[in-house]
Design a protein around this ligand. Sequence first.
Ligand code: GDP
Length: 177
Amino acid sequence: LPEFAFLGRSNVGKSTLLNRLLNRKSLARVSAQPGKTRQINFYQINEQFRFVDLPGYGYAAVSKKERAQFAAMIDRYLIDREPLLRIAQLVDIRHAPSKDDVEVHAGLRTLDVPLIVIATKADKIGKSQIDAHVRQIRKGLQTDVRILPVSAEKRTGLEEIWAILEADLDNVVPIEE
Ligand code: GDP
C-alpha cells in the first residue's frame, strides 16, 4: 500500500495533526510526556494507503545512544522504501528551524521522495505574521519545497494537506494484470 510518512521534533504537534487529519480523537496518542513515541506506528486508512508516524527527533532528555538508535530506525524505514509517496516534515511555525530540523531536512532531500514541510501551530501567531514565519523557515531549511502553515487546533490547512496527498495517490499508476 502507498504510504505517507510524517516526522518532526518531539512536541511539534504530529500526533494532534494525525488525529485531526483522520478526524479521530485518539488514534495517534497525544503524549503528555514528549519523546515517548519510540516506535514507528502505521495507520491504515480505507485499505487505500497508510500514514506512517515516525518517532519524534530532537528530544533533549534521551541519551546520545538512544538518539542514534532513533535515527537509525528512521533511516532504515526511509531508505529504499518503495511504497513511500511523500514525506511530511513538521516544524513549529513559531521558531526558526532547529539544528536537527535543518539536518533532517538536508537528509530527506537526498532521498528520491517528494517532500512537504508542514508549519504547525499556526494559530499561535497572528495571521499577519504567517508569511514572514514561513519565509524564516524556508531560509533556515534552505529549501524550495512547499511549506504549508497548519493549525490542528483551529483545523486550518488540513484541506491543503489532503489535496496534496490525494494528488499523490492519483499519480500512482495501477499495476496492469
Ligand atoms: P508530538 O509530540 O509531535 O506528537 O506533539 P503532540 O501532538 O503531542 O502535541 C504537543 C503539544 O502541542 C500538545 O500540548 C498539543 O496540544 C499542542 N498542539 C498540537 N497542535 C497544536 C496546534 O495546532 N495549535 C496549538 N495551539 N497547540 C497545538
